[in-house]
Design a protein around this ligand. Structure first.
Ligand SMILES: NC(=O)C1=CN([C@@H]2O[C@H](COP(=O)(O)OP(=O)(O)OC[C@H]3O[C@@H](n4cnc5c(N)ncnc54)[C@H](OP(=O)(O)O)[C@@H]3O)[C@@H](O)[C@H]2O)C=CC1
Ligand SMILES: Nc1nc(O)c(N)c(N[C@@H]2O[C@H](COP(=O)(O)O)[C@@H](O)[C@H]2O)n1
Length: 263
């Protein structure tokens, strides 16, 4: 019997998305290639992801929500920043009817200071224990201390902490190339990056956007107003960031925009 929160994604909507998604197993043969990266999120008409930092805000309608759950089955990993983990207590699995565990993405949390205060009650941990999703990999800064208790809670569920050095410039952030090489070394060939604002803006920035293979954005017909978490990357000197191969599709009251970054 299907669960009350199960979703279905109409099969006729799959072919238009497919050119923007990783082909099954396409990168596995080439060990030097980085994982395919799809940047995907839902935004308001004023480019907001949420009403305020730390506030979970539903923007997707029923059809775009089910699209996101389809996208989750098409990637081996789903990545968010630690503030999203703290704000949303997200499930990060696919709730499509009949999605087997093998099609579930591996949740990856970018958490340089190991701030995510997960417990055995966190949704993503509970789902992993019930076999309805995979347990998360938490990418923490090299040398950052993690208690044995937290480490073993994560490992019991099937997840782990991964240590990564910070960016070459001595800054606090990870280099996106390093993040992707780390995921690849863990056998993850494709990653959908869901957010939040800092993660998206840094990926769309000068250093990050070279790693983005495709972009799939849901636009909801609402304005969240000032004070929200906004998608608005730093401007690169002399170059306006733009999409090519653009397709727009109506999904109920929402619109889905697919494209690739113009280089
Ligand atoms: N509508 C949508 O589709 C989505 C909405 N959201 C919303 O977004 C909001 C959260 O966004 P925001 O506050 O911007 O935070 P993020 O979720 O983007 O997390 C930001 C934190 O992640 C870590 N981080 C990000 N990039 C890097 C990097 N390159 N290297 C190392 N660490 C990194 C940093 O942690 P540290 O500070 O510890 O260094 C940073 O402060 C929430 O309200 C959430 O609900 C989230 C996802 C999707
Ligand atoms: N596609 C999309 N639409 C929205 O309206 C959203 N608020 C989000 N948020 C992202 O999805 C995560 C929650 O997922 P679960 O339903 O808990 O699995 C949230 O953490 C954001 O990454 N996405």
């Amino acid at each position: 019997m299907s669960r009350p929160d199960s979703l279905t994604f109409p099969p006729h909507l799959i072919p238009p998305l497919s050119p923007y998604l990783p082909r099954p197993d396409s990168r596995r043969e080439d060990p030097s290639s980085l994982p395919f990266l799809t940047l995907t999120y839902a935004a308001s008409l004023d480019s907001m992801l949420s009403l305020a930092p730390g506030v979970r805000t539903a923007l997707s309608g029923p059809l775009t929500k089910s699209m996101t759950h389809h996208l989750r089955t098409r990637h081996s990993a789903i990545l968010i920043g630690v503030n999203t983990a703290l704000a949303d207590d997200p499930a990060l699995n696919s709730r499509l009817v009949g999605a087997p565990l093998s099609s579930q993405p591996r949740p990856v949390i970018l958490d340089p200071e190991a701030r995510w205060d997960f417990t055995s009650q966190s949704k993503v941990i509970q789902l992993a224990e019930r076999g309805e999703g995979k347990a998360p990999f938490v990418v923490a800064g090299e040398g950052v201390e993690v208690s044995d208790e937290r480490r073993s809670l994560l490992e019991r569920a099937g997840g782990k902490f991964l240590a990564l050095r910070r960016g070459k410039d001595g800054g606090k952030r990870f280099d996106w190339g390093d993040v992707l090489r780390l995921l690849k070394s863990e056998g993850l060939d494709s990653v959908m990056v869901e957010g939040g604002g800092e993660v998206i803006n840094s990926l769309l920035g000068k250093e990050g956007n070279r790693y983005v293979d495709s972009v799939i954005v849901t636009i909801a017909p609402t304005w969240l107003g000032k004070g929200g978490v906004v998608v608005s990357p730093e401007r690169s000197e002399g170059a306006q960031l733009r999409l090519r191969d653009v397709v727009w599709q109506g999904y109920g009251e929402d619109v889905v925009l697919c494209g690739r970054i113009e280089r």
